[in-house]
Ligand binder design. Structure first.
Ligand code: TXA
Ligand code: MG
Length: 319
């Protein structure tokens, strides 16, 4: 990635335009978080409902505390987990535009662990609101090419930072008391080790309440391929026309239309890294149906299974 591209991207942000930004989790669709018109362009480009608030990206914890009010737990988490795939939901300070937070009294902040994201944040000198750079409800992008394919017309520049190293989005944590609103790249076990206390995972009603929504169902379907996707329940379905998304791939029936194995040797980090690209390939394979297998529900598996359930239109795991 050239210095010129970085300079062009920073200038575009300052003009109120959108930039495709690599992060360690997925690519983001970034705009100046202090410019309400720029942030509105994000919602328009994604077709995202305005009630779904955005994450504000900053280069360091000190910048986060200018946007959100830190608490002792937040400070411990920031020291241990930033830069990294953890988003903290905290009370917001005045001055954060309503369009960023969907009018909530809280704001989501994170410091991404990607050198180009940090370079862009430093070069433009403003916090960046950035959701994943996919049309609302579709598969999140983990390469610059994915962003260009899906939102190329909406962005002034896509910074190419290579394939994302984590591959699923950040863990979104409501900090006080600690409750995971979206499982992701930082595991619950790690959060519990840092905080030295149990961390809950939100039920659908709690998550809806955090977003001020009347119904949890409003955000149930997400990360969806166009091909119908079902979760494996017992035996694999009949092979004809079937695309299989397997965990270790030891028992895939002969004659399937397409197959992807998340990790032959059972590595959850490898599975997370390849998940969205594998889903895209299966979606493009012309199969009649995708059947996906859940992975072990530990560590990164909580985030992976959450994405698979949503891709199947089932929403997050029941409590
Ligand atoms: O890894 C990531 O988090 C990526 C990269 C680009 O940073 N971003 C991302 O953003 O996944 P997005 O907009 O696709 O997901 C943000 C999530 C949504 O589920 C949203 O509802 C939640 O964060 N969120 C944002 N602000 C919130 C708030 N104040 N309270 C509760 N949830 C919030
Ligand atoms: Mg998203």
């Amino acid at each position: 990635m050239s210095d010129e591209a970085l300079a062009r991207a920073a200038a575009a942000i300052r003009r109120g335009e959108l930039v495709g930004m690599p992060t360690e989790t997925v690519y983001g669709l970034a705009a100046n978080a202090q410019d309400p018109d720029a942030v509105l362009r994000i919602f328009a480009a994604k077709g995202r409902p305005r009630f779904d608030p955005l994450i504000v990206h900053v280069p360091a914890a000190a910048a986060a505390w200018q946007i959100a009010v830190p608490t002792p737990r937040a400070q411990r988490l920031a020291a241990a987990c930033w830069p990294g795939p953890l988003t903290l939901v905290l009370r917001r300070r005045p001055g954060v535009p309503d369009v960023v937070t969907a009018g909530l009294e809280t704001v989501a902040v994170r410091v991404p662990a990607h050198p180009l994201a940090l370079a862009l944040l430093r070069a433009c000198g403003v916090p960046l609101a950035a959701p994943s750079a996919n049309p609302f409800g579709r598969i999140s992008p983990t390469t610059a090419a994915h962003v260009r394919e899906q939102l190329g017309d909406a962005v002034a520049e896509v910074l190419d930072g290579g394939p994302c190293s984590v591959g699923i989005e950040s863990t979104v944590l409501q900090v006080d008391p600690p409750c995971i609103l979206r499982p992701g790249g930082t595991t619950r076990a790690h959060l519990e080790a840092v905080l030295q206390e149990p961390v809950a995972v939100a039920t659908a009603p709690v998550r809806a309440q955090a977003l001020g929504l009347p119904s949890p169902g409003l955000l149930a379907s997400h990360y969806a391929p166009r091909t119908p996707l079902v979760l494996r329940d017992g035996a694999w379905p009949p092979a004809a026309g079937l695309a299989v998304l397997a965990w270790r791939g030891t028992d895939i029936p002969a004659g399937v239309h397409a197959r992807e194995v998340l990790s032959a040797h059972g590595d959850l980090a490898e599975a997370a890294r390849g998940l969205f690209a594998a889903l895209r390939r299966l979606d493009a394979s012309g199969a009649r149906e995708i059947c996906a297998e859940l992975v072990p529900a530990t560590g990164l598996g909580e985030g992976i299974n959450d994405r698979l359930r949503r891709a199947a239109g089932l929403g997050p795991a029941p409590a």
